[in-house]
Ligand binder design. Structure first.
Ligand SMILES: O=C(O)C(=O)C[C@H](O)[C@H](O)CO
Ligand SMILES: [Mg+2]
Length: 403
């Protein structure tokens, strides 16, 4: 049985910040786990460095469930994004090690392939409806079967999900948070127009998605859901902040547009009420922020009982280690729905060489033993950490709002 002899953190910023945990065993096997929490990276790094790593040394790497329980129950203080991201990093690294020792890709350890690949959705965004649709057409021609549409809102200087001209979309800004201005009224006018134009241009053979990003009240979200119904969206995401879980009951009373929630959830307890009351259709909790494969498996199993499918978060702040873990997971579970795919920069891909691949609208984790991702530590060292934050949002009168 391999025993853990060392664990260390690699913090690197090849275009954006990533925190990676590398665990090494006495037989020389190593495993990687993603510990990135956008805008709060160093909190997780410290949690791991100061409080988790000392407890790992000498443990049997194959005892994944026991180590998970030890870190969760043993901390006394349970749940929360920092704790659960730290536990997730350890969990991913241990599955990686188990796969490498077994000579099997992680999806085989999780039960084997339940489908040929994981359908992914990409992002099309633009400052205007026309730009957004031009990008969506390009993505459809690249083979994507599902596309998320976000466009600029006339009258607002910037909008969530929309890149600055000529740049890739990356929400975290260096140094201190930028402030953006939000108007629900202006937003609610443009989104139905975007979807009408998209169906006109793209037809009906491609899934269309949209992220509201926590900005609407329940009744406004209900109106958006109704307005989009004629265009059959695959889902609207984070239609209202999910701390208020009964709000989703109100949205449901008004619309059949499917609802996706959960990218900021970190535990099964965040998702239980929404799933058991059939208030959502897709659960977006991820490997990295929801306690690793060990815990996400429990969330997905609960969801499966209620015909809720997965739609895991996959923005660029989730490292290639998480992307690989998500694909092993998605390939193996019965109730996979869709996986978000926002390709990383070339710099990030060079730091994290990987085996996952995109083909014909689907992604596959590859068949390398373990997760199938490595880290080029020498290259990682050339990209030092840079403090960065997500923006904050205010209404036009200055009231602080959800971003
Ligand atoms: O990808 C999505 O659906 C997002 O909402 C992206 C988030 O804003 C981002 O991951 C925050 O770190
Ligand atoms: Mg989102």
């Amino acid at each position: 049985m391999p025993k853990i002899v060392s664990a260390r953190l690699i913090v690197t910023s090849p275009g954006r910040n990533f925190v990676t945990l590398k665990i090494e065993c006495n037989d020389g096997t190593t495993g990687l786990g993603d510990a990135t929490l956008n805008g709060r990276e160093m909190a997780v790094a410290s949690y791991l460095q100061d409080h988790v790593i000392p407890c790992l040394i000498g443990r049997e790497a194959h005892r994944i469930e026991d180590i998970w329980q030890y870190l969760y129950k043993g901390a006394y203080w349970r749940r929360g994004p920092v704790t659960m991201t730290a536990i997730a990093a350890v969990d991913m690294a241990l599955w990686d090690i188990k796969g490498k020792v077994a000579g099997l890709p992680v999806y085989q350890l999780l039960g084997g392939a339940a489908r040929e690949g994981c359908m992914v959705y990409c992002h099309a965004n633009g400052t205007t409806i026309e730009d957004t649709i031009a990008t969506a057409i390009r993505h459809r021609d690249e083979g994507y079967r599902a596309i998320r549409l976000q466009c600029g809102v006339p009258g607002l200087a910037s909008t969530y999900g929309v890149a600055k001209a000529g740049q890739r979309y990356e929400p975290a800004d260096a140094d201190l948070p930028t402030e953006s201005v939000w108007s629900t009224e202006k937003y609610l006018r443009v989104v139905p127009e975007l979807f009408a134009a998209a169906r006109e241009a793209l037809g009906w053979d491609v899934h269309l998605l949209h992220d509201v990003h926590h900005r609407l009240t329940p009744i406004e979200a209900a109106r958006l859901g109704k307005d989009l119904e004629p265009y059959r969206p695959f889902w609207i995401e984070d239609a209202t902040p999910a701390e208020d879980q009964d709000a989703f009951r109100l949205i449901r009373q008004h619309t059949t547009t499917p609802l996706a929630v959960g990218e900021i959830f970190n535990s099964i307890w965040d998702a239980k009420h929404l799933i058991e009351n059939r208030l959502i259709d897709y659960i977006r909790a991820t490997v990295v922020h929801a306690g690793g494969l060990t815990h996400l498996r429990q969330i997905a199993s609960l969801a499966d009982l209620y015909q809720v499918r997965t739609g895991c978060h996959g923005a660029t702040d989730l490292s290639p280690v998480t992307m690989a873990a998500a694909l092993h997971f998605g390939l193996s579970i019965p109730n996979f729905g869709i996986q978000e795919h926002m390709p990383h920069t070339d710099e990030t891909d060079a730091v994290f060489p990987h085996h996952y691949r995109f083909e014909d609208g689907m992604m596959h984790p590859g068949d390398a033993p373990g997760l199938g991702v490595e880290i080029d530590e020498a290259l990682a060292e050339t990209y030092p950490y840079k403090r960065a934050y997500l923006p904050v949002n205010r209404l036009e009168d200055g009231t602080l709002w959800s971003w």
